[in-house]
Design a protein around this ligand. Sequence first.
Ligand SMILES: Nc1nc2c(ncn2[C@@H]2O[C@H](COP(=O)(O)OP(=O)(O)OP(=O)(O)O)[C@@H](O)[C@H]2O)c(=O)[nH]1
Ligand SMILES: [Zn+2]
Length: 358
Amino acid sequence: MGIAVTSDPKGARRAARAIDALRRGWPISVEGGQGTLNLLPVETVDLDAYVSAQSQVTLLISSSRADTLKLLNQRAAADPALPVQIRLTDMESATEIIAIADPVLDMQHPMKGPFRCEELAHPEAAKAAMELARHGGLLPAFLVVQETAEDVLQTEDVTAYADSNALIISAHAKLPVAANTQAHIYGFRSEADSTDHIALVVGERDDTTPVVRLHSECLTGDVLGSLKCDCGPQLHAALDQMSEANWGVLLYLRQEGRGIGLINKLRAYALQDQGFDTVDANQRLGFAIDARDFSIAARMLELLSIPTVKLMTNNPEKVDGLESCGISVETRLPVKIAANPYNEYYLDTKRDRTGHKL
Ligand SMILES: Nc1nc2c(ncn2[C@@H]2O[C@H](COP(=O)(O)OP(=O)(O)OP(=O)(O)O)[C@@H](O)[C@H]2O)c(=O)[nH]1
Ligand SMILES: [Zn+2]
């Protein structure tokens, strides 16, 4: 226990303040080497007030959103991951801007544009801003404005914010659970990030290699019993399997929606209602297919003094993610869950498009 230490606490704090500002609709400024990018978040700002005072509006959107809007061929830069800056003239209403940012509205507002793509003045700052939107659980879309915010963020601050070394164990208690009355819960905190992670150590710890499950938070599946995914049954199967083994550890990672946050996951579900699969839905929203960072899980295992694990997963990225952070994965234990009519297509998509194996 003690205080968490990031490599750059001031930077991490600046990023935390910027994420908070974005959620409130306040401006942020990101300095990216060649200059400063001043931004307002499309999702939370008072767009009506903003639009009525402007004759033209400049927007920063993610590259994958630009791809959906068929804008990629218009931009000069070769890097496909770079956000795209567009200028809109003759703006009539805030609705036009929201429709550019939110793909859930694409069917309602199919005609958008014409837009003019502009050269990105500050590419690194633009990329950092997209990361901040993701950390804040917001749509990755910004208005580019003139005024500099009070706090100016450096691009490295965003990396400092996500620094998993800043994690510490803050609380520890017995927690008898239905699967096993011999269980202990550990609460983890990080300095910059207000997200608390949890580890549940199931059974009596001994010298054998524990069965470990990295479980990413899924409010809909874990709590509400959603049939759209396999999270709830996987969680319970994992606890049961740990109980049958000598001992096991469940790492409950607060990475809802594969790292895009609850609201964005619900937007992804709305896109799935329109016929897109889980992969395309994330990309249409402007995010990576999977934005999770498993270095946090590795750090949690390190703090629990667990260097080697038997990992319950079908996802090879979890194995690679742990191993690249120094945790040795002795074996991968597949997690087999019976499909239902509502998650069958989701499970097939994980197998066919994101390399999940059984
Ligand atoms: N963005 C998004 N997230 C989803 C969707 N369905 C489930 N999730 C999230 O995906 C995560 C569940 O993934 P996990 O079960 O931890 O991992 P996995 O990649 O399926 O790998 P396994 O270890 O084999 O289960 C949770 O954070 C869910 O909230 C979806 O359609 N879109
Ligand atoms: Zn789920």
